[in-house]
Design a protein around this ligand. Structure first.
Ligand SMILES: [Zn+2]
Length: 598
């Protein structure tokens, strides 16, 4: 708990609007002019004007994190020059915290702050500038004055030579695409801006204008994307009962290394592989990402855990509910594709079995609960190390599996009258629309119980706050399915490591309670020989040996040769596939049809 806690409670009725209002600040006028005189060196220059000042001090702050990505990123580290002027003269300022700049404004009506920022971290959460485009992740570009988070501002963009387009959910001013209006800072910080020569196309769905801005090329078929993305939009809006935006922007960065996506209120930023669109499996993955990020416009951006808004931009914002905010979204990203008839049921069941295998093959599932994984996202999920697989569980994977269990439970208990969709719809109406605040842990549980028609204490005790093994077949049986472990019939021993794929076999992971773990193989070791033979990937699995056999593993550790005797253990990896039981009953088929919309 910190000093912002009371502020957050007090501000609940404001929903998503920050509470740090100050009467003196209400009349200040704020604008920014953004230029790119050194785009080739990855700089953005900003001139910030604050007019009509009626206070003796203004502290400018830069957020330390971006909502949706639970890591303190220290955006202020990239601020370089910082010059304040008033009446044409430079005036002093003082840094009072890593991300705070304090300016004495006694007797000043207007001040101008000129600063530049180095922007060369390519991700969906960080600003990036080069001569081909500028991606303005706004939290890392725009300072806000303390106490003025509620203030509107205007952003003028003077593009680098040859740039002609701006893609953002911020409204234009006087139809000038290079001048944008922000009603307050929560909206500005939730509205990334893409400037450059991106390919832009659009479609309408639910009466909302959708813009797709493609940076970096790619072998996409715009006509197919328009149709498929519209189906996703409409299927998701159907669950919530409304599509709350007037317009929505997909900013899609096509990079050779795609590694993340980020949701916003009325837009999203995705990273995609430029060659993903012509390969059906990769295209399904891309649509799944679209469905995930777009689903967030409701789940987490509007229907949200109580801790996630109003945001504290100076500190970590803790919640135990990312298994709902992210895990449920991860569940819906695939089942929505099935419900939109973009993938057949078999593809969906394959994705589901992959999710189950991810959870089951993570030894950390016996160490960390999904509620704890959520709370510690800041120091664990977003700061993984070589032992993360042994010490933590993904709130995406386990949250997605929990959503599946709850969906099946509700469909079965209600005799196919309700599904998890009804819970989501109810919670959205009850908390976002009616109470205009986030939900507590207990309130979300009550929402689930309302449609399950029963108490979920034991479910929560086992799977949310506990480490119980998940009884998949109990839940899958409701729909006449069973999870079959394809590895159950084999008895091969294994070492229990993961290796690099190149010619040098370096250990990247040692799984808990395996032969390698017990007998002292470490991550970073290079395995040079096993029983005198060179090492192949198949060394992970020993089909000609049995549990209890002894082998000799030669390694190179820190330049020194070491020989380790290792006693092999049975390969503990599970490989589930989901299969129909023979002759499902009428009730099971009813649940199945409701679940998979067959
Ligand atoms: Zn997400």
């Amino acid at each position: 708990m910190n000093k912002y806690f009371l502020t957050a409670i007090f501000a609940i009725t404001l929903f998503f609007k920050s509470a740090d209002t100050s009467l003196a600040a209400n009349t200040a006028k704020i604008s920014y002019t953004v230029t790119f005189p050194e785009a080739q060196a990855h700089y953005v220059n900003v001139e910030m004007h604050i007019d009509n000042i009626h206070q003796s001090n203004i502290t400018l702050k830069m957020p330390v994190w971006t909502p949706g990505s639970y890591l303190v990123r220290e955006y202020a580290k990239n601020v370089e020059t910082f010059v304040v002027t008033a009446d044409g003269k430079e005036i002093p300022f003082k840094k009072t915290r890593k991300n705070w700049w304090s300016i004495n404004t006694t007797g000043k009506k207007s001040i101008t702050i000129k600063y530049n920022i180095y922007c060369n971290e390519i991700s969906v959460r960080t600003p990036a500038v080069d001569v081909s485009h500028a991606f303005l992740s706004t939290l890392g570009v725009f300072f806000y004055p303390e106490g003025m988070l509620h203030q509107p501002s205007t952003i003028h963009i003077i593009p680098y030579k040859g740039w002609t387009k701006v893609s953002t959910s911020l409204e234009t001013v006087d139809n000038d695409i290079f001048t944008r209006h922000s009603p307050d800072y929560d909206i500005l910080f939730d509205s990334p801006i893409e400037v450059g020569n991106q390919d832009v196309f659009g479609f309408d769905a639910n009466g909302v204008k959708y813009e797709v801005a493609m940076y970096g090329g790619g072998n996409y078929d715009a006509e197919r994307l328009k149709k498929d993305m519209a189906k996703i939009v409409e299927t998701e809006a159907n669950i919530y009962g409304e599509n709350p935006n007037k317009h929505y922007t997909f900013i899609i960065h096509n990079y050779q290394r795609a590694n993340g996506d980020l949701e916003h209120l009325s837009s999203t930023v995705l990273e995609a592989l430029p060659d993903a669109y012509k390969n059906e499996n990769k295209y399904q993955d891309f649509l799944s990402t679209v469905a995930h990020e777009h689903f967030h416009l409701w789940n987490v951006k509007r229907l949200r855990p109580i801790a996630l808004g109003p945001f504290d931009y100076d500190n970590e914002n803790y919640t135990t509910d990312l298994w709902i905010a992210e895990g449920f979204t991860a569940y819906y990203q695939d089942i929505v594709l099935r419900h939109a008839e973009l993938i057949p049921a078999d593809n969906y069941l394959k994705v589901l079995s992959d999710d189950i295998n991810s959870v089951e093959n993570t030894p950390g599932k016996k160490i960390q609960t999904v509620a704890d994984a959520s709370y510690d996202a800041w120091i664990k999920t977003y700061r993984p190390d070589e032992n993360s697989v042994n010490s933590s569980i993904s709130y995406y994977d386990k949250g997605s599996v929990i959503a599946m269990l709850l969906d099946l439970e509700i469909i079965n208990d209600s005799k196919a009258k309700y599904s998890l969709d009804d819970v989501i719809h109810y919670m959205y109406n009850e908390y976002y629309k009616t109470k205009k605040r986030g939900y507590t842990d207990a309130e979300f549980k009550l929402g689930l119980e309302k449609f399950a028609g029963k108490n979920l204490d034991e479910f929560y005790k086992q799977y949310i706050y506990g480490l119980a093994d998940i009884d998949y077949n109990k839940f899958l049986a409701y729909a006449g399915y069973t999870a079959v472990d394809e590895n159950a019939a084999t008895n091969y021993p294994s070492l229990g490591v993961e290796l690099t794929s190149g010619s040098k076999k370096i250990v990247t992971t040692v799984l808990r309670n395996t032969a390698a773990w017990n007998d002292g193989i470490n991550t970073g070791d290079e395995i040079t020989a096993i029983d005198g033979n060179s090492v192949l990937d198949s060394a992970l699995l020993f089909k000609d040996k049995k549990t209890g056999d002894k082998i000799t593993v030669k390694i190179n550790r820190n330049g020194l040769p070491i020989t380790l005797p290792v006693t092999l253990l049975r390969n503990a990896q599970l490989k589930y596939s989901i299969e129909s039981i023979p002759n499902p009953s009428a009730q099971q088929l009813k649940v199945r049809n409701k679940w998979l919309k067959l």
